[in-house]
Design a protein around this ligand. Sequence first.
Ligand SMILES: C[S@@+](CC[C@H](N)C(=O)[O-])C[C@H]1O[C@@H](n2cnc3c(N)ncnc32)[C@H](O)[C@@H]1O
Length: 250
Amino acid sequence: MTVYLVGAGPGDPDLLTVKGARVLAAADVVVVDRLVDRRVLEPIGPGALVVDVGKTAHDGASWRTQAAINELLVAHGRTGALVVRLKGGDPYLFGRGAEELAALVDAGIEVEVVPGITSALGVLALAGIPATLRGVASSVTIVSGHSADGAETKWRHIARAGGTLVLLMAVANRMRIATQLMEAGVSATTPVAVIERGATPYERRLASTLGELGDLHVEAPAVIVVGDVASHLVRSDSEAVLSAALSPTE
Ligand SMILES: C[S@@+](CC[C@H](N)C(=O)[O-])C[C@H]1O[C@@H](n2cnc3c(N)ncnc32)[C@H](O)[C@@H]1O
């Protein structure tokens, strides 16, 4: 039997692919991450075993190591059960999907990847931000803001690339990242958009600039967009409705 590595998309269950929903409905075992929106689990049948391997991000600690998750997948895969490994967004983008695939392949288990809509593009699109835009941004760089290794060099290179910069896992380090980008020549007035918990009922959209990013109140999980396309951010429906209600009528 095949183990499916499935991308759950950014939150809204309607953004799960048709194939993802189909294999979830047929699954005997579903191994799910913390960032996966619980509404995405609805297609799972009542008889399926759901194993939550959610990790806590606060101190980087996890109640299950990646090695333990790999072993769990291999163990269930060997039983011949239909196993779905459900991961937030796309399984590969900062998702360690490749490590899990390698562990399964090494164990002689067949694996199929079902891509998902990554937060790095989908959450932007929902908020009105085109990652690339003719005449404005001809490239997009997606970077993890989490790793501290070689940080200074990394941000200097990234600043030189131009185009749109999409930062994931960057909430805690946003001040340092903004400073390093500005030191590398990116203007403090560069538009920034922050989308917290995109594609969920708790979504928050914030417009700012690189110079102000460090002082902005932001909670994870969030996607941070740096570049001219960030000025395309549209306010969320609730804010628009509120402001319409407050506007004087003619
Ligand atoms: C470990 S990475 C996994 C990314 C995932 N594989 C993807 O393709 O979206 C987790 C980071 O993705 C971003 N993220 C994931 N879901 C999000 C959402 N619904 N709204 C905003 N950011 C999200 C945040 O930056 C979060 O810290």
